[in-house]
Ligand binder design. Structure first.
Ligand SMILES: [Zn+2]
Length: 422
């Protein structure tokens, strides 16, 4: 009689074709965000699969959230399969939304094509293969006839790509995800099959508006051009702030290594007359730009914002007629799994068993739902681990290697067994 863990691993191999087909089925539901298409359909496909695998399934629509509308309902699904006890409880969470396909594809982004050992399509890597890995890891344990000591939960949640406020954050605010019932969380985001992701940098999205004075475009000296003043801001950022940010390095193991430094991106800019409209000779009296500043745990949010305000104040002193305002759009604090967390050691041991190696700990350049588990649900023992190559996320011709899906399913299954096993 083979050891229970050996049985589980060979059952994952037997289930591989089902996991691939399930991933492809999910890709064929274009859950594009924005605006948040077909969430209900996708949640129900996941829910039906979980029911077939002995989970008790609940659907949670994000009542009260403005983005939960009749046209685009925000529906989350959670399946629970108790063992002998309610605790310890391992929660596996994947987001069901995908970003728009964009241009440059040679495959049908929503065709769910399986070829060359890969599953192709928008959301294959980020992160419908990850959801399949979670579902089939739990199923392999059941088919091996193992009754767990604790409980497994699997959720498919909405809107991660736009902040997760109607998804994981909402479930945490409803106390459906909470320290009172959830011990460990694994989010199978695509951070490479051999690595464990322990958190992410902070995010500060803000809008700067410059205001000038309208005048006739043939006599611009009678006005104040808000676009030119935004140009002064951008120039000052490029010459003075960006070199400072590049010189700062976090101790977190962020990948790619370029993202170990603080960064700033201009998301968008808009000022004066719409360029496609009929033009009149006017000095632009308004210009707005949105910025994406990624800050390090070592920097902190207050210092990050203060540095930007100080730069704008300096521009105001140096530039006659300069007027500005700044508005916070989104603040996400850095998140990191505690040292010595059992969820990290369980995954690390599983990686050595399945792959013969562990790529070690990494941190994500971008934020993901771990922040809501840690800060809103109060579940610090949370990591991201799943199949998929980070660099392919949000790209044309996104794919997930079937081999990675299978290996990651094995790793998650072994981690469940260690964290809540017999
Ligand atoms: Zn993702």
């Amino acid at each position: 009689m083979p050891a229970p863990t050996d049985r589980v691993l060979s059952i994952v191999d037997e289930l591989a074709h089902e996991a691939v087909a399930f991933t492809a089925d999910l890709i064929r539901i274009p859950t594009v965000n924005p605006p948040g298409e077909l969430y209900d359909e996708c949640a129900r496909v996941i829910g039906r699969q979980l029911e077939a695998f002995d989970f008790a399934v609940e659907y949670h629509a994000a009542e009260g959230r403005a983005e939960h509308t009749a046209a685009h309902p925000r529906v989350n699904v959670i399946g629970t399969r108790p063992g002998r006890h309610a605790r310890p409880l391992v929660h596996l969470n994947g987001h069901i939304d995908v970003v728009p396909a964009g241009a440059g594809w040679t495959k049908d982004p929503f065709g769910g094509e399986v070829s060359d050992g890969k599953i192709w399509g928008r959301g294959s890597c980020d992160m419908k293969a990850g959801i399949a890995a979670a579902v089939f890891a739990a199923e392999a344990i059941r088919r091996a006839g193992i009754e767990l000591n604790g409980t497994v939960e699997i959720s498919g949640t909405v809107d991660e790509e736009s902040g997760g406020f109607a998804g994981v954050a909402w479930l945490a605010q409803q106390r459906r995800l909470s320290a009172g019932r959830t011990d460990f969380a694994i989010i199978p985001e695509p951070l490479y099959v051999d690595r464990i992701c322990i958190g992410h940098r902070g995010v500060y999205w803000f809008e700067v508006e410059t205001t000038g004075r309208i005048a006739h475009g043939s006599m611009p000296f009678h006005g104040v051009n808000a676009i030119e003043h935004m140009g002064v801001v951008l120039d000052r950022i490029e010459r003075e702030l960006v070199p400072k940010l590049r010189a700062r390095t976090t101790g977190m193991p962020v990948i790619p290594v370029e993202a170990r430094h603080a960064t700033l991106n201009v998301n968008g800019i808009s000022g004066g007359q719409p360029v496609d409209g009929i033009q009149t000779p006017c000095v632009a009296d308004r210009c707005r730009a949105v910025f994406d500043r990624r800050f390090l745990a070592e920097e902190g949010f207050d210092e990050t914002k203060a540095e930007i305000v100080a730069l704008l104040e300096q521009v105001a002193r140096d530039t006659p007629g300069f007027n500005y305002s700044i508005k916070d759009l989104m603040i996400v604090h850095p998140t990191q799994t505690p040292d010595g967390s059992p969820v990290v050691s369980a995954l690390d041991r599983a990686l050595h068993r399945v792959l013969g190696r562990s790529g070690g700990l990494v941190a994500s350049p971008g934020t993901y739902d771990q922040k809501h588990f840690a800060r809103l649900a109060g579940v610090p023992h949370c990591v991201a681990y799943g199949p998929g190559i980070l660099d392919l996320a949000h790209q044309p011709d996104e794919y997930c290697n079937i081999e990675d899906l299978v290996n990651s399913t094995k790793v998650i299954a072994l981690a469940i067994l260690e964290l809540t096993g017999p």
